[in-house]
Design a protein. Structure first.
Length: 177
């Protein structure tokens, strides 16, 4: 997030999309190994000296056999990055990581703003459960925003996989170059 906010830094569309691509590739690997991250957010990504983004902080991650994990009541989780099934039922899956990835993309394209910045956690649970989604950032064109919104489908099984997201982002990068 700090790198995005750095003064005098005006990232190009290609650079922003490359950041998102790096995260999808890392998450596609985790997805293929049946791991759920459960705390995917810009704050948990590191950027190396080449500008490559690496997913970090696996403190909440879980290995799952059936792609689902229900945490105990009272467990802490990142509300601003969570889909309705987590907010309401504490049900995590690779598809809840997909939702969080859409929020991470939003963070990238707002250069590090806080998602739902004017709402508290209770309001977020209420509003997201009723269908509220994050607005289109100024730096995101319609194609980029449609990738974000595909991550925020109400029904988890209607969200893409990280493999599919990776291909969508590759296609967009190809168009930009």
């Amino acid at each position: 997030t700090r790198k995005l906010r750095h003064e005098n830094l005006h990232p190009t569309m290609v650079q922003l999309l490359e950041m998102c691509k790096d995260v999808t590739e890392g998450m596609a690997y985790l997805e293929s190994k049946q791991y759920i991250h459960r705390d995917l957010a810009a704050r948990n990504c590191l950027v190396d000296s080449n500008g490559t983004v690496k997913v970090t902080d696996f403190g909440l991650s879980r290995y799952v056999l059936d792609d689902e994990y229900t945490s105990s009541v009272g467990s802490k989780f990142p509300v601003r990055w969570s889909p309705p099934e987590v907010l309401l039922y504490c049900k995590f899956s690779s598809k809840s990581d997909i939702w969080a990835y859409g929020v991470l993309m939003w963070e990238v394209y707002t250069l590090g703003r806080l998602p739902y910045e004017r709402l508290n956690n209770t309001e977020i649970v209420d509003q997201v459960s009723r269908g509220l989604r994050l607005y289109r950032p100024q730096l995101a064109n319609e194609k980029v925003y449609s990738i974000m919104t595909s991550c925020w489908q109400e029904k988890a099984d209607e969200r893409p996989t990280f493999q599919e997201l990776s291909l969508s982002i590759q296609d967009l990068l190809y168009e930009l170059q």
